[in-house]
Design a protein around this ligand. Structure first.
Ligand SMILES: Cc1cc2nc3c(=O)[nH]c(=O)nc-3n(C[C@H](O)[C@H](O)[C@H](O)COP(=O)(O)OP(=O)(O)OC[C@H]3O[C@@H](n4cnc5c(N)ncnc54)[C@H](O)[C@@H]3O)c2cc1C
Length: 342
């Protein structure tokens, strides 16, 4: 376990609501660390619909999921948030008043005064292909995400899928692989046309192979994969030699570890009061899609409002006894200095 990271607030989830929480807390001089399972910010906007236009963000008549994420990151930048990606918060423990300890599956440990859960629909988890015995190879030869590209250098790689992740990783890993095969159940792809074009060019140049079919079994020993058996489009079976297999079958969302933190839940959502968006545990707040209350709408704009009210109460925990002045960003030189514009 590494050294404990101490901070005012830990935000669990870098979706749009977690990102706006950084801004609202920052205006009140509150420092945040943000943790997310994914390898980048944006939550559902980045993972599920980066290219789709959103039409109901106030004052932005049209913005894509990816652009909204970029704008929120820019807005949060003056407050220098520290991000920890590829980390799932697995435990959250209250050790005393305003003393919370969190750990992640990647071995990080945090201590903070306030926790903001902005975990959306919960943790994104990979959909696993229905291949008999695949569990025996997971982590040693079968990977559902790429944490370190270098670990795949010189390998015979089999990538399965037809979406953006499958095509992006095909194009990114081909230069460092010993051999690379992309397998998809048909010769049509959901991925961005540009990535599909790059992949087809690599096939044309003889630098990788594209096969059509579905994996029916795996061959190997002791977790080390030797080949995948594939049923082709014509019904005939063949083997693809590989010692690393990356199935990209999309992600599902599960509540995950949040369910074990002693919080009051209603239908798998965290109950909060609507004055502060605090849970039943003082000092733990929940904003965005993860929370529930009478009249809740699972919209991004709801999460923005919730973050603003949460920050007011977080300030009181972090600065006990200090008066909190209400200020406008348009007229407060103090706020403008924090934003770096005055
Ligand atoms: C196709 C589609 C279209 C949509 N269109 C609109 C629209 O037009 N307008 C609108 O307002 N809303 C829309 N939504 C809904 C909107 O995307 C959500 O309301 C919004 O993403 C919620 O933001 P969030 O920050 O609460 O959670 P999320 O975006 O879900 O982000 C939560 C983050 O928390 C992380 N996380 C979860 N558990 C953990 C853990 N234990 N440790 C670390 N990290 C964790 C997840 O990895 C995720 O990145 C749409 C949703 C979909 C799927």
């Amino acid at each position: 376990m590494s050294d404990v990271i101490s901070t005012d607030v830990v935000i669990i989830g870098a979706g749009p609501c977690g990102l706006f929480a950084i801004f609202e807390l920052g205006l009140l001089d509150i420092k945040c660390h943000v943790i997310d399972i994914l390898d980048r910010a944006g939550g559902q906007c980045a993972e599920l619909y980066p290219e789709k236009p959103i039409y109901d963000i106030p004052a932005l008549p049209l913005v894509t999921g990816a652009d909204l994420t970029t704008r929120l990151m820019e807005q949060a930048k003056p407050f220098k948030p520290e991000f920890h990606f590829n980390q799932m918060v697995t435990s959250l423990e209250k050790r005393g008043e305003n003393d919370f300890h969190l750990t992640t599956d990647g071995g990080l440990e945090f201590q903070c005064k306030v926790v903001v859960i902005a975990a959306g629909g919960g943790s994104f988890q990979p959909k696993k292909p229905p291949i008999p015995g695949i569990e025996a190879y997971e982590g040693a030869s079968v990977y559902y995400s790429v944490k370190k590209m270098e670990a795949l250098r010189g390998k015979d790689i089999l990538i399965i899928g037809g979406g953006d992740s499958a095509l992006d990783w095909t194009n990114n890993l081909q230069p460092i692989a010993k051999s690379l095969t992309l397998l998809h159940r048909r010769d049509e792809f959901r991925a961005a046309p540009d990535s599909v074009g790059k992949m087809r060019a690599l096939v044309e140049a003889g630098k990788m192979q594209l096969k059509i079919g579905q994996v029916t079994g795996l061959k190997g020993e002791g977790g080390v994969l030797a080949a995948a058996t594939v049923k082709g489009a014509d019904g005939a079976s063949f083997d693809i030699a590989c010692n690393a297999m990356l199935p990209f079958f999309g992600l599902t969302m599960k509540l995950g570890p949040v369910a074990n933190w002693g919080l009051n839940l209603t239908e798998n959502l965290v109950s909060v009061d609507t004055a502060k968006f605090e849970t039943n545990v003082p000092g733990i707040f929940a904003v965005g899609d993860i929370n529930t209350y009478a009249g809740k709408l699972k919209l991004i704009l709801s999460g923005f409002h919730e973050a603003a009210l949460m920050a007011q109460q977080a300030f009181r925990y972090i600065n006990p006894g200090e008066r909190l002045l209400f200020q406008y960003t348009t007229s407060s030189t103090n706020l403008q200095k924090k934003l770096g514009v005055a």
